[in-house]
Design a protein around this ligand. Structure first.
Ligand code: FES
Length: 111
C-alpha cells in the first residue's frame, strides 16, 4: 500500500499556504483552497494560464508544452502548475495571467 506524502505549498506573493500531496498537481490543490483569482484553465498543460516559478523546494513535472515553458524557463524552475507535483514543501510565485488575478484579489482585500 502506497501512502501519499503531503507537502505544504506557500504562495509567496500572498503568503497563503495549502496542502498538496505528491500525486496531486500544484494547481489542483490550489483550486481546492477555493478563493477567487485562481484561474481554472485546461488542467492539461495546453493553455498556459497556470505558469508559476518554484523558488523553494522541488517538484516533478510531466510533459509541458514548449509553447508555454521554454527549456531555459524549465531549468529555472518555471513550470505549469497543472503539470507539477510536489516532492517536498514548496514555495512558489505566480506568473503571467494567474499573477494578475491572484495579486489583484489580494491587493483589494477580496480574499
Ligand atoms: S491550466 Fe492550462 S496549462 Fe495549466
Amino acid at each position: 500500500m502506497q501512502i501519499d506524502m503531503k507537502h505544504t505549498v506557500t504562495i509567496l506573493d500572498t503568503d497563503e499556504q495549502y496542502v498538496c500531496d505528491d500525486e496531486e498537481s500544484l494547481l489542483h490543490a490550489m483550486v481546492r483552497i477555493g478563493r477567487k483569482g485562481i484561474p481554472s484553465g485546461c488542467h492539461g498543460g495546453g493553455c498556459g494560464v497556470c505558469k508559476i516559478h518554484v523558488t523553494d523546494g522541488s517538484c516533478r513535472t510531466i510533459v509541458m508544452s514548449r509553447e508555454h515553458i521554454s527549456e531555459e524557463e524549465e531549468r529555472q524552475g518555471i513550470v505549469l502548475a497543472c503539470r507539477a507535483f510536489p516532492t517536498s514543501d514548496v514555495g512558489l510565485k505566480v506568473l503571467g495571467k494567474m499573477r494578475k488575478t491572484v495579486c489583484k484579489e489580494r491587493k483589494y482585500g477580496l480574499v
